[in-house]
Ligand binder design. Structure first.
Ligand SMILES: NC(=O)c1ccc[n+]([C@@H]2O[C@H](COP(=O)([O-])OP(=O)(O)OC[C@H]3O[C@@H](n4cnc5c(N)ncnc54)[C@H](OP(=O)(O)O)[C@@H]3O)[C@@H](O)[C@H]2O)c1
Length: 250
């Protein structure tokens, strides 16, 4: 799967799943801009991933801010040219807890980062993809968007929203050869999910019920993202790919 000459943006590309995706895309030859809030993390990752094939450029950006998203798009075009691949991966989970205790502020802020950022980047970048009749958008959702979780009202709502938006975007952009897909990871061993994989009781339950009885690794999402970014998936759009060790089979 080659991505030679392609330009990609991966939000949250400094660590975790986003870093694994950036590594796969750069390894296939794409030039990749990684973007999130912490400049030092991004710089270290850009450094680590240099020499894989494509170039990796770090750009600090709070994805909940419209002006910073515009700056990210403009910087990517300036450094690498028009964007072919957009990976909406950054997310927050500040609103975890009983539904009746969720504040308006937690709900709105989570929506800004987990949903509105993708909408804004798509509105900014997809017109160019349509003009060039080529593009792949990959939204990192979650199995939490497929089934309810106790205490997960806000996070699950944003991921479910992202999944439906993925399908609507796919319907509208497909005729222009711009594809939009989502990946729904199960439990993957990153900072984000440390609360779960560091919890022995939770892990005992998971290994008893999940067909592949272990926590997943970020690169196991990276491989799926590379497939969706590449022309190998040229007839695939509007889908949600579940990568969860079989957790949702029962
Ligand atoms: N790990 C799992 O078990 C799991 C399961 C299902 C879905 N997911 C999804 O996978 C994606 C990646 O998560 P992960 O597990 O890799 O977590 P992670 O290692 O904690 O990474 C989260 C990334 O999001 C960035 N981010 C957070 N808030 C941001 C903001 N306001 N603006 C810009 N970037 C922001 C972080 O960078 P900064 O802190 O530098 O901003 C970081 O790079 C998320 O969409 C998450 O919902 C994860």
């Amino acid at each position: 799967m080659t991505l030679e000459g392609r330009t990609a943006i991966v939000t949250g590309g400094g660590r975790g799943i986003g870093k694994a995706i950036a590594k796969r895309l750069a390894g296939a030859g794409a030039n990749v801009v990684i973007a999130s809030r912490k400049k030092e993390v991004l710089d270290a990752t850009a450094n680590e991933l240099s020499g894989l094939g494509g170039r990796v450029h770090a750009f600090p950006c709070h994805v909940g801010r419209a002006d910073q998203l515009e700056a990210l798009a403009a910087e990517t075009e300036r450094v690498f040219g028009p964007v072919d691949i957009l990976v909406n991966n950054s997310a927050t989970n500040i609103g975890q807890g009983p539904a009746l205790q969720v504040t308006d502020e937690a709900l709105v802020k989570t929506m800004e980062v987990n949903v509105l950022a993708a909408h804004r980047l798509i509105r900014r970048l997809v017109p160019g993809m349509i003009e060039r009749q080529r593009g792949s958008v990959i939204n990192i959702a979650s199995i939490a968007g497929l089934r309810p979780q106790d205490g997960g009202l806000v996070y699950s709502f944003t991921k479910a929203g992202l999944l439906m938006m993925t399908r609507v975007w796919a319907v509208e952009f497909g005729r222009h050869n711009v594809r939009v897909n989502a990946i729904c990871p199960g439990l993957i061993q990153t900072d984000f999910s440390a609360y779960f994989w560091q919890n022995e009781q939770y892990m005992a339950q998971l290994t008893a019920s999940q067909p592949i009885p272990r926590v997943g690794q970020a690169d196991e999402i990276g491989g799926m993202a590379l497939y969706l970014a590449s022309d190998d998936s040229s007839f695939v759009t509007g889908q949600a790919f579940v990568v969860d060790g079989g957790a949702t089979t029962r």
